[in-house]
Design a protein. Sequence first.
Length: 113
Amino acid sequence: QVQLVESGGGLVQPGGSLRLACAAPGWIFSISAMGWYRQAPGKQRELVGRIASGGRTNYADSMKGRFTISRDNAKSTVYLQMNNLNSEDTAVYYCHIEDSSFWGQGTQVTVSS
């Protein structure tokens, strides 16, 4: 079993920023593309973006500009930097090893004043 450990969620005011982190076992992290997804209440899980093992990123169209995904292969950790947050960004955020069945436990992000 591969365990992904997420951190960094919480309550933030509109216009604020948060950085999420997701740590994975090194042996699989180094060779894997990683994805961030989110699921808002009453909605389906949706893609935020992905980062390839070599660092190339792509984002869902609605996420471009405010969200940035990066990875630190030495720490086997992928990050999601979120800026200028608004209430529609309230969701549980999950990391995922792409092309696998392995998901993080999810971390709650709530944007509210």
